[in-house]
Design a protein around this ligand. Structure first.
Ligand code: TYC
Length: 102
């Protein structure tokens, strides 16, 4: 901490107590009905993945039940969940997209 004599301006380095904002994983869950191709398109459209990345994540979800699409600040993650869920319902697919603090 820097200190100065009286009258001089004082600039002290104050230890910030602010925590960094929390990050949230956005995940897709497997189901038996959503077509694989639709999931690949979702990953490309909403998570900016190329076809190869999207296919790899889709197959991971298909085989393991869950997969991470990305990690984002709370509001961005919540928007992705809403947009993906809305898009899936518009196409009558039960695809589940959820977020969880990481
Ligand atoms: N299990 C689905 C099928 O066999 C494919 C699928 C993959 C569905 C990932 C959802 O998040 C998912 N058609």
């Amino acid at each position: 901490m820097a200190t100065r004599k009286q009258g001089e301006s004082v600039l002290e380095a104050v230890r910030s107590k602010a925590k960094p904002p929390p990050l949230f994983k956005v995940m897709l869950l497997n189901d038996d009905y959503t077509p694989m191709e639709f999931v690949v398109v979702v990953l490309q459209r909403f998570f900016s993945m190329n076809r190869e990345q999207a296919t790899r994540i889709m197959l991971k979800v298909h085989r393991e039940g869950v997969g991470i699409c990305g990690v984002f600040p709370r509001d961005v993650a919540a928007t992705k969940v809403e947009l993906v869920t809305g898009y899936a319902r518009e196409h009558q697919h039960p695809l589940a997209c959820v977020m969880e603090e990481s």
